[in-house]
Write a protein that binds this ligand. Structure first.
Ligand code: KIV
Ligand code: ZN
Length: 562
């Protein structure tokens, strides 16, 4: 950095109160705005700018191989318009464009788009890069806002407009000279949102007058939020104002290109769609200059969550994310909408409980209604595994969910409370996340493997005149006890047999069972609660025979009670 530059940056860094250093964004006078009452009922035309705006913002730009992989991914997702770069700006971008065309990699229903500044040699080079394309969008842009006019270019409005018109004229001429390609023209008054609306409109109309669009070959008027500077409602007003004042609207497509400097790029896009925009430029996961470009994944899945087909396929979002992260070397943050690692995860007990109940109540053929989950994670290729994770903030619902999802144990409600407390104390002590495997380990240690002082050695039952007769052997510490008993069922008979050997000072309270898995080799799980000394103790047992599972559960409960 030169000394002069350094000094000027030092000078700019002066501390001033915000009301002296910054200005509020002026509202648009549009008292009869209509967008607040509208709804988005269909997907816009999507244009991916991952390979241009996204790529130009990377510390390490994508290699040609990575770009090819990204292009293929974008095609598979369903993008029909893809900005592939700035071929006049570098040989790599030119070569990439040529490879796509020469190697026939562009499907017939996909249109490639290239960006170009309004300079003759760059426009000519862009047409060279696009030779042989079946259909192509030439995207011309120049800055129109007052700050750039004054500070960067030192030009009047007329001169700025003249740049755009000259660029458009040359594109018109070259397009006419190359009729083998179906040409579409796009014009961006760069920094549209910071430009006087009347002037943006005037330049766009002047460009359109040169291009002469028709309803069958529309001009794309892209109205970029180059730097996001206002609240989303003002952006929507800007778009509605523009659409209302544009002549020959039926020969134009209004397009958005929303950067995310205020963190509201998605909201601004959605409101601007209400306000009449028909096309959206953006990138996967919001990659792009500075805070990024619009995150198309989120806008598309927001539509999906409202029952609108986004016309983009994110049914395998983890794969989209994997390719994106590998080719761009960017990371999707853990809390990113839809794609983040923690997006569908609940740690908090009350959330876990509600999700658990929501899953139990969800009609597989009904409208999605699971609390805290805006969409079914399975619809975008995510599993239910990460939905509930367990730490000291969590509760019984989380423990129950993890045991059931991963190991098939559906604990009775009251037992969830008991085991939840045990796990809470455990998590509090360790102060970290506890995985499903560890929860299962504690469940085994606490219930299934609780074999002291009482353990089952042998058990047989038979029906006898509506009563069940059992014979069993149990070990009490090192002593072997032979039991015989009769009752209304195996548990009743076993409990009465226990009484006959002096293990009777408890009350049998509750019982539940279910199979673990299906098929011939499947096991059964049984849960038993006993009351002893005024307190309730749960036990659990697993066995290939449901009777033995129940008897083990009785002994597990007694072992915990003794
Ligand atoms: O952000 C922007 O304004 C752009 C234009 C070139 C469309 O990327
Ligand atoms: Zn941009």
């Amino acid at each position: 950095m030169s000394t002069t530059q350094h000094n000027s940056i030092e000078k700019v860094g002066a501390q001033l109160p915000p009301n002296q250093k910054y200005r509020p964004f002026p509202p648009v006078h549009l008292p009869d705005r209509t967008w607040p009452d509208k709804q988005i009922t269909e997907a816009p035309i999507w244009c991916s700018v991952d390979l241009r705006d996204g790529n130009q913002a990377l510390a390490i730009p994508m290699s040609v191989e990575e770009k090819l992989e990204m292009f293929q991914l974008l095609v598979e997702i369903g993008f029909k318009e893809i900005e592939i770069g700035f071929p006049s700006a570098s040989q790599i971008e030119f070569d990439f464009c040529r490879r796509l065309i020469d190697e026939n990699r562009v499907p017939d229903d996909v249109t490639v788009q290239v960006l170009v500044q309004a300079r003759e040699e760059l426009i000519r080079r862009s047409f060279e890069a696009l030779q042989g394309a079946k259909r192509a969008i030439v995207h011309l842009y120049n800055s129109t806002n007052p700050a750039q006019r004054k500070i960067v270019f030192g030009m009047s409005k007329e001169e700025i407009q003249e740049i755009a018109v000259r660029g458009a004229s040359l594109i018109r001429q070259l397009a006419d000279e190359n009729p083998q390609t179906q040409w579409v023209m796009e014009y961006s008054p760069e920094s549209f949102v910071l430009t006087e609306l009347e002037f943006s409109l005037q330049v766009c109309e002047a460009v359109a007058a040169v291009w002469k669009p028709t309803p069958d070959n529309k001009i794309i008027l892209n109205l970029p939020t180059t730097v996001e500077s206002s609240t989303p409602n003002i952006h929507a007003d800007q778009i509605e104002w523009f659409g209302r004042h544009l002549s020959n609207h039926d020969s134009a497509i209004l397009s958005l290109h929303t950067h995310n400097d205020r963190g509201t790029g998605i909201a601004a896009t959605e409101l601007a769609l209400l306000a009449g925009a028909q096309r959206v430029e953006g990138t996967l996961f919001g990659n792009g200059e500075r805070t990024g470009n619009l995150d198309i994944v989120t806008v598309a899945l927001n539509l999906f969550s409202q029952g609108v087909d986004p016309k983009l396929d994110f049914s395998d979002l983890p794969r989209v994310r994997e390719v994106y992260e590998r080719t761009t070397r960017m990371e999707v943050p853990p809390r990113a909408p839809y794609a983040g690692d923690l997006t569908f995860t609940a740690f908090s007990g009350s959330h876990q409980d509600a999700i658990n109940k929501g899953f139990a109540a969800q009609d597989p053929n009904g409208v999605w209604e699971v609390p805290y989950l805006p969409i079914d994670p399975k619809d975008i290729g995510r599993t239910y595994e990460a939905i509930i994770r367990y730490n000291s903030q969590s509760g019984k619902g989380g423990v129950a969910f993890l045991l059931e999802q991963n190991y098939g144990f559906d604990l009775p409600k009251a037992m969830r409370v008991e085991f939840g407390k045990i796990m809470n104390a455990y998590a509090d002590k360790l102060g970290r996340e506890i995985g499903a495997e560890e929860i299962y380990g504690e469940f085994r240690r606490e219930y299934l493997e609780r074999k002291s002082p009482l353990s089952l050695e042998f058990f047989r039952s038979q029906e006898d005149e509506n009563l069940t007769q059992i014979s069993a052997k149990i070990r009490r510490d090192s002593e072997m006890l032979e039991l015989k008993g009769r009752g209304n069922g195996p548990i009743d008979a076993f409990v009465s047999a226990l009484g006959s050997v002096g293990i009777g000072d408890f009350a049998f309270k509750s019982y539940a069972e279910h199979s673990l898995g299906s098929g011939a080799g499947s096991q059964a799980a049984a849960y038993v609660a006993v009351e002893k000394g005024g307190a309730t103790f749960w036990g659990a047992g697993v066995d290939s025979s449901i009777e033995r599972a129940s008897i083990k559960a009785v002994l597990s409960a007694l072992n915990r009670a003794i």
